[in-house]
Write a protein that binds this ligand. Structure first.
Ligand SMILES: Cc1cc2nc3c(=O)[nH]c(=O)nc-3n(C[C@H](O)[C@H](O)[C@H](O)COP(=O)(O)O)c2cc1C
Length: 331
């Protein structure tokens, strides 16, 4: 606990990077889904987080899916998640953040309003673009955006941005907003390699998406890392933590190998230690995010991961984390 708020970790030069014009004092971020309504933006730097995602936030507020919305699977080191973007909406949250200064980079995660009102592709695109517009014009000093196209818990799953034509149309309209801040895409992990590559090709062709967050929750209830008796307790929802780790790592490697510096990768899924984080970095992630590790291990985990990373970098003879990115991926 002594390490919480320690200047030593927060300022260590081996962990500091400039990514897409943003300075990150360390690579460990809080993933979307923990601070839906922006209650923690003034607190998280004291836990040694290097950055934070707020949201996912939607244009229209949503009270959340019918309960249960959250459950613990301790043996599986996983959480059941069925929130469906429970949040107070872009208007309220942007006003709340407007006059605040942030000690660490803040990303705003934006997704499609969870409602049956968005029946057509055009309506869905308008909804997402409206949310971006509100934030961009709000004066909030966030450093970047996340566009979440991969939430598995939405009421209307018939509109998919995994289809190239739909994603292309959405990105064209977001591009017209001439956003001043970088946009990263929150990716699914349940898609095939070919589908992930086809999504990434659309991102590259859009010429403004800076990177991908790999990735979102595990949809496969039969995933071998999930203990069957724990899964049985929940009729709904999808799974975080260790159930995400393997596929997240495979896709980080796949995307890094194919696109190298053309797409910045934020690795997310099942990080419970410095070694887990370092594995993602060596497979191509420049930054990492987590939630579930912190829920099970406690808030001191963030300091621990940073300390472990400093050691692991030193052991491998690296002066800065940038030198380690993709080190385990052959050309
Ligand atoms: C309680 C909870 C809520 C989540 N809500 C969101 C969300 O709103 N938007 C999003 O992009 N990801 C959401 N996620 C997914 C996480 O951001 C992350 O991708 C996933 O949990 C894997 O990381 P972890 O194993 O470190 O938890 C949520 C995860 C959890 C545990």
């Amino acid at each position: 606990m002594k390490l919480i708020g320690s200047k030593f970790i927060y300022k260590d030069k081996s962990l500091k990077q400039k990514v897409s014009g943003i300075t990150f004092e360390n690579p460990v971020g809080l993933a979307a889904g923990f601070d839906y309504n922006a209650n923690l933006t003034q607190a998280l730097s004291y836990l040694n987080f290097g950055f934070q995602s707020v949201g996912t936030i939607t244009y229209i507020p949503y009270e959340g899916n019918p309960p249960p919305r959250l459950g613990r699977l301790p043996k599986s080191r996983s959480l059941m998640v069925n929130k469906g973007f429970k949040n107070l909406g872009t208007d309220f949250i942007s006003k709340k953040l407007k006059n605040l200064e942030f000690k660490i980079p803040i990303g705003i995660s934006i997704g499609l309003t969870n409602s049956n009102e968005n029946k057509t592709l055009d309506q869905a695109i308008k909804d997402i673009v409206a949310a971006f517009k509100i934030f961009e014009n709000s004066g909030v000093k966030n450093s970047y955006y996340e566009l979440n196209i991969s939430c598995p818990n939405l009421i209307n799953n018939s509109i998919s941005f995994y289809k190239s034509a739909n994603l292309k149309q959405l990105l064209q309209l977001i591009k017209r907003l001439k956003l001043k801040k970088s946009v990263f895409i929150k990716m699914p992990i349940e898609k095939s390699n070919a589908q992930v590559i086809s999504i990434c090709n659309v991102l590259i062709n859009s010429k403004f998406i800076k990177g991908v967050i790999i990735g979102n929750l595990q949809k496969d209830r039969k995933h071998p890392s999930l203990v069957k008796s724990e899964v049985k307790k929940f009729k709904v929802g999808y799974f975080s933590g260790k159930a995400c780790e393997e596929r997240s790592n495979e896709l980080i490697k796949l995307v890094y190998k194919k696109y190298k510096s053309k797409l910045i990768i934020i690795g997310c899924g099942g990080v419970f230690s410095g070694a887990d984080a370092y594995k993602k970095i060596k497979l191509g992630a420049t930054l990492i995010q987590l939630i579930t590790g912190m829920i099970f291990q406690g808030p001191q985990l963030i300091a621990q991961i940073n300390l472990e990373l400093i050691d692991l970098l030193k052991k491998d003879g690296f002066e800065n984390i940038k030198e380690a990115v993709g080190g385990d991926v052959s050309a």
